[in-house]
Ligand binder design. Structure first.
Ligand code: GDP
Length: 131
């Protein structure tokens, strides 16, 4: 996902350019907005964390871009491309270093395993929307 902060700040195009330049193929993509229920479900693993309320507020405050990306070693390579959760700790040239503003408002989401990528892809897309 390209998160609401990066959409608000006009970074959709630059982020997609970095993703495709890094060799990812976009197999599904949409511009949409999460409801509170969507965000609570998507981030259910974090529901006991102190920042959960803030995270749901943030992720629902405006539109996002959701996409499914394909590449060999996609999970690890995408996490390397986006950088650390906290942009202050993200490596130079990473998407979060370039476009994120804080640990909460950090521009992009990437799945942390192939299994979660399949679940999260199914959360956003039907079979007819994946190419
Ligand atoms: P990720 O896999 O790098 O996205 O990081 P996590 O799975 O640990 O956290 C999920 C998301 O929760 C992050 O991308 C942030 O948007 C948010 N988040 C994580 N830690 C914090 C925090 O300390 N404060 C706030 N406000 N949000 C956080």
């Amino acid at each position: 996902m390209i998160k609401p902060d990066a959409v608000e700040n006009g970074h959709i195009g630059a982020i997609l350019e970095k993703i495709t330049a890094a060799g990812f193929k976009i197999v599904a993509m949409k511009y949409t907005q999460l409801s509170r229920r969507d965000a609570q479900e998507f981030y259910a693993i974090h529901k006991e964390r102190p920042f959960f309320g803030e995270l749901v507020e943030f992720m629902t405050r405006g539109p996002i871009v959701a996409a499914i990306l394909e590449k060999d070693n996609a999970v690890d390579d995408f996490r390397a491309l986006i950088g650390a959760t906290n942009p202050a700790e993200a490596a130079e040239g990473t998407i979060r270093k370039l476009y994120a503003t804080s640990i909460g408002e950090n521009a992009v989401h990437g799945s942390d395993s192939d299994e979660n990528a399949a679940i999260e892809g199914g959360f956003h897309f039907s079979g007819r929307e994946v190419f």
